[in-house]
Design a protein around this ligand. Sequence first.
Ligand code: MET
Ligand SMILES: [Zn+2]
Length: 773
Amino acid sequence: MSDNTPVAAPAPAFAGGTILGYPRIGRNRELKKALESFWKGTTTEADLEATAKELRAFTRGQMAGLGLAKDDSSIPSNFSFYDHVLDASVTFGAIPTRFKGLRAADGSVDLAGYSTIARGEGAHAPLEMTKWFDSNYHYLVPEIGPETVFALSSTRWVDEFVEAKDAGYLTRPVITGPLTYLHLAKPSDDAPHDFAPIERLDDLVAVYVELLGAFKAAGAEWVQIDEPVLVADIDAPHADLLSQAEHVYAALAAVEARPQILLAAPMGGLEDALPVIAASGVEGVALDLVRGTLPTDVDLAGLTVVAGVVDGHNIWRTDLDKALVKARAVAELGGAVTVGTSTSLFHVPHTLKGEEHLGAELLSWLAFADEKVAEVVTLATALREGDDAVADSLAEARAALADRAAHPGTNRADVRDRLAAVTPEDRDRTSYAVRAAAQEERFHLPELATTTIGSFPQTPEIRKARAAWAKGDLTDADYEQAMKDEIASVVELQEDLGLDVLVHGEAERNDMVQYFAELLDGFSVTKNGWVQSYGSRCTRPSILWGDVARPQPMTVRWATYAQSLSTKPVKGMLTGPVTILAWSFVRDDQPLAVTADQVGLALRDEVTDLEAAGIGIIQVDEPALRELLPLRRRDQAAYLEWSVGSFRLSTAGAKDDTQVHTHLCYSEFGEIIDAIDGLDADVTSIEAARSRMEVLPAIRSHGYERQIGPGVWDIHSPRIPSTQEMTELLTLAKESISGRQLWVNPDCGLKTRGYRETVASLENLVAATKAVR
Ligand code: MET
Ligand SMILES: [Zn+2]
């Protein structure tokens, strides 16, 4: 088929294009503000409902204004007050027993109750929060047991459909699918140890059947069911997942009174699950063709296929020509093709409007949610009417892409030549034994050395000073002095507490990635590019668009100032290459491995400068190392190789007697223990308090020769752990790891804690250490 030929019949649904979901937080973070003032008690539930209703109305209008059709289910309805997985739990009545009291007689919970499940209350821990696949979004983990009673317990999803319909929009409700829901769930506390939530599949499907009926009765013509679990390798055997998919979708397709089903599989390729879905009887499938590839041997005849060729997970302008080639290839498999995003757009900010400070050039390379909707509409038009119908848009996209490719900032000879000259030896240090001896001689640290992870509380005063400085109300010199005063007080506190290795406290960092992004070449920072991280929490990822280089030292003056105030060693503190990539929007025009190495080289220079300034202990944080782990097992080894390689490039220039630390903030250590070994850091700190040192026996049996600091204080909670409690944890740790290898530290940085808890907890930490030494 020539590029310029309209795709022939059959006509797909959503022929004008569709997206799998839109950001929920609001252009000006209206939802965040409304939630937080509701929680504070300054506004009522009715106020919160009203803001949410306005947001939904704005979103619908926005999507229609950008060209999605109002009357054919092209506009998704995917609002959530906090989290879409929590919404599913509440809708299915799957609320843990500790929150039973929050339910009304009909099983529903109001927004106060909903918030309590998300945030906890008193002795009632909230639902656990964890990362949504390999994204930066966190969902609330359902707790399912043999006793969980599934029953349709909320009318919200249907009400929101009706609200749109009454406003003149026939939308497509978006819900999390039963397979994804149950595979992401964890067994409830009272479940037998061999129970798996997926055992409850049939019971849950019965509620989906009822829900489909309710949508149909309300007039819905399509519903979107998201099943990203189908693109991942999960713990359960793959064959089981496929047969569950076959079983569930045959059952849902067999329901007589129901809307048509669009099964969406964002975040990767469906691969061998695609034929299963195609044969199940559902009417449509949405494929992620950005991350996934199209199988060639599958028959899609009779299906509407949403070709997800616009990246919902990143912020770059789409190569429309390439996207059209991919979409047209789908037509050859017999499907009725339309165009969509690869994932929901809630992973990207709302709009480029207001970001003009980025400069016309960079701006022209980007597409946030609104711009992506427009791209989808353009591509769908090209499919229907041929390329000529959108010739101007295609030309504009080509020009922007060519400009980006040729821009001096994306092709710096100095950066590229340096990287090309890197040898394998540049990633290697001397043997650990030699280093350990040199470091012992230099520092004479006690067994069970005490330290912290880097940040101390970010007080309102620090934030105020930074805001005033940004506004120009505080001079550079005054800001510098304010930060130095803060450093001095943090150093004094640590001396008083009797910690062995001190930190400067990171007062000057707005964020552990953005701080570096603002100082490195190749990055830009948005004004309002917020994306939801969880609930009301948003992050503003930096944009890594060009070749990365370090024009000047970034942390040296803070670290050396702190060191000048103490005779104890002060740890220098850097964010590692993988974490910088994971928490930014990263250029998609070269392999991540290359970008990571560029960052690695910039950090390597910082390490050298810190050393030269007398800093002998340097920590390179990699809390996101596990987060980017590919969803398909076969891709994981290659990922670990480059991620570990970039870390080593950043640290291997260190001298033998420089002690390199790293910090990883999770406890699922076992999964990537070889990689952690591969980092070759002298000291690694991890999260371990909540899991009560669970991972240490595994580390011991794996044989780990270097030093490790399993956290003894869960800093995610405002609780102050007692000396007794930390003594127990340390005693437990010593059963697996020798005192010579063991460090004592909290689970993570203290920036979100207050000073009262920080001082009391660190006092107890030092006391516990003395008790165990
Ligand atoms: C999310 S890991 C944080 C590490 C950083 N050094 C801190 O202490 O805040
Ligand atoms: Zn951490």
